[in-house]
Design a protein around this ligand. Structure first.
Ligand SMILES: [Zn+2]
Length: 230
């Protein structure tokens, strides 16, 4: 639709008249009281005359019509865009439907079965993603601090029969400072980790990192935090 713009002369009339009206209205507050009655009447008359001037009224009407036409054109354009989008969506849905049909045919199943299969795959993927996220969360929590000593290998009968001793290989890992140690110890019974030094087991203190002093108590706290996070 071709828009009819406001003519330059209409524009000029509107601008000039409104400037004059604004200037006149600015005078009014100064013209209060009996002393200025005559001047005030004069100004009001002039305002009335300007506001009702035939050319001004016609120009204002033209201005309103132009903005109405502009709004209508905007609305028509928005409607056309919405209709185009709707058609595109429809075409896309149809394409999806055909693809689904082709795929279901190729697999020898119905479209409903194919959709069910896809939904199951999506659920499995979501579950795997949630498990991966949970594993990451656990790792992050454990890595906050703490250390542990664990038995990683053993040789011998692990029994004091015939005075035999067995050898245990231990590993200390600190999650706080990344300190790591590996060593061996000989005992009649090779102790598992988790026992304190006082009870005469592993030669390294399983309660404190020899490098940074981190305690494995932090791990216990972390487990509590982990439970709190669940
Ligand atoms: Zn450490």
């Amino acid at each position: 639709m071709a828009l009819q713009a406001m003519s330059a002369s209409d524009k000029g009339i509107v601008e000039q008249t409104q400037e004059k009206l604004a200037a006149l209205k600015l005078q009014l507050p100064e013209l209060e009281g009996k002393a200025h009655k005559k001047e005030r009447t004069q100004v009001n008359k002039e305002i009335y005359r300007l506001e009702n001037d035939e050319a001004y009224v016609a120009a204002m009407k033209a201005k309103q019509e132009v903005s109405r036409a502009e709004r209508a054109a905007d609305e028509a354009a928005a409607e056309a865009t919405a209709e185009r989008e709707r058609l595109l969506e429809e075409a896309e849905a149809e394409r999806e439907r055909l693809l689904e049909e082709t795929e279901a045919d190729a697999a020898g199943i119905s479209v409903a079965q194919l959709r069910e299969r896809r939904a199951a795959e999506r659920r499995a993927a979501e579950k795997a993603a949630a498990a991966a996220a949970a594993a990451l969360e656990r790792e992050a929590v454990v890595a906050i601090g703490g250390m542990l000593v664990r038995l990683i290998g053993m040789s011998g009968p692990n029994s004091p029969r015939f005075g035999a001793t067995s050898t245990g290989t231990y590993e200390l890992s600190c999650f706080a400072c990344n300190h790591e140690e590996e060593w061996t110890e000989n005992h009649s019974y090779v102790p598992l980790t988790g026992c304190s030094v006082d009870r005469g087991v592993t030669s390294r203190n399983p309660q404190a990192c020899p490098q940074c002093g981190a305690s494995n108590g932090t791990l216990h706290e972390s487990a509590a935090r982990r439970r709190a996070l669940q």
